[in-house]
Write a protein that binds this ligand. Structure first.
Ligand code: KG4
Ligand code: ZN
Length: 337
């Protein structure tokens, strides 16, 4: 089955062509980072307008890179939510028009379902596994029993990890998006003895909280008599990143143990973080747990990741009607309720 997949939930327009839910023939991403960077965050209206501008040529390029034509397609997969509703609607409307014109089925997929299953494009991970979804909007732990069956074990009660990275970078005047910038700074030095709190780590549940770490960084910055120099900046970045990584990795390992799962999949934009990847690799060796990270291109927002679920559902005979609407708020555990 040859699928065109489309993602437009936030600030990347993405189109991919994937065969049989496995073989990625093209995976193109038109990033809007430069457009939003001047505002220090995503401006929804601008995001929708840019999606509209680029989606047509991007799809054409995705098809030609894959060496296929519209007529070769067997179905269209699109992110239905969660995300910015105006942004989602661009991808969704495009997908519906395409499916209607080509008379092929359409399926709307959950963005986080895409992230969690992206790893299956690169290696076969047996079910069940623990999924650690860490992105700009999510820091959630799920037990994944099979495609479509997700059980929420814990989640952030305030900011998502990526959101905390972005906000801390913004308050330090480092730019947007903050995750990759802090990651780079953190990797050049050490924390210089700075320690930020590890919220909820001692709590006997699998929930997270990152707003306290963010406030601790703000308080630290406010106590300084002058702007931090290069060395102190990287130490603060490193101390912040280490606190976030500690909480995510330790809670994930505990959840895996409690659920008797010896496979962990880490997914979403924050899974690009080099410190997080190293920490999980160490814990994997220490505990005998297998930890899987998709390649960075499949961690950040992309369209190929939607093909795993899309292919599965379409091959089960499931598809969406052409009156399918976008859902900005959509808990993953409710995908099929
Ligand atoms: O999955 P994603 O691309 O979009 C959402 O679904 O939200 O995740 C974006 C988030 C941003 O907050 C970004 O700062 C963060 O992922 N991110 C990182 C890194 N690369 C991207 N966070 C930490 N370290 C990174 N290397
Ligand atoms: Zn995402």
């Amino acid at each position: 089955m040859l699928l065109l997949t489309l993602e437009s939930s936030c600030d990347e327009t993405a189109a991919a062509v994937v065969r049989d839910g496995r073989q990625v023939l093209s995976n193109l991403i038109a990033s809007q980072v430069d457009l939003h960077a001047v505002y220090g965050g995503v401006v929804p209206e601008l995001a929708s307008r840019r999606h509209l501008e680029v989606i047509n040529p991007l799809v054409e390029e995705a098809l030609s890179t894959a060496g296929v034509t519209q007529e070769d397609l067997d179905g269209i997969v699109v992110t239905r939510g969660p995300g910015l509703v105006g942004a989602l609607l661009v991808g969704l409307s495009f997908a519906k028009a395409y499916a209607y014109a080509l008379n092929i089925p359409l399926i709307g997929v959950h963005h986080i379902e895409g992230h969690i299953l992206a790893i299956q494009l690169e290696e076969k991970v047996e079910y069940p596994f623990l999924a650690v979804a860490v992105s700009g909007g999510h820091t959630h732990l799920y037990r994944v029993d099979e495609i479509g069956r997700y059980h929420l074990l814990g989640r952030t009660v305030d900011d998502a990890a990526g959101e905390a990275f972005d906000k801390v970078a913004k308050m330090m005047g480092l730019g947007y998006p903050g995750g990759p910038i802090i990651d780079k700074l953190a990797s050049v030095g050490d924390d210089g003895g700075i320690v930020f709190p590890r919220p909820m780590l001692k709590k006997n549940n699998f929930d997270f909280s990152f707003s306290g770490v963010k406030t601790a960084v703000l308080n630290y910055l406010q106590r300084l008599e002058s702007a931090p120099d290069e060395i102190l900046t990287s130490q603060i970045a490193c101390a912040f990143q280490t606190a976030v990584i500690d909480v995510i990795s330790q809670k994930a390992m505990r959840a895996a143990e409690a659920e008797d799962l010896n496979r962990i999949v880490v997914a979403g934009g924050v899974a690009c973080n080099s410190g997080l990847r190293k920490k999980f690799a160490k814990l994997a060796v220490a505990t005998g747990t297998k930890v899987f990270f998709p390649s960075p291109i499949l961690c950040a927002d992309n369209a190929a990741m939607l093909a795993v679920a899309g292919d599965y559902y379409l091959s089960q005979g499931l598809s969406s009607d052409l009156d399918l609407n976008a859902v900005s708020n959509w808990p993953l555990e409710q995908v099929h309720s």
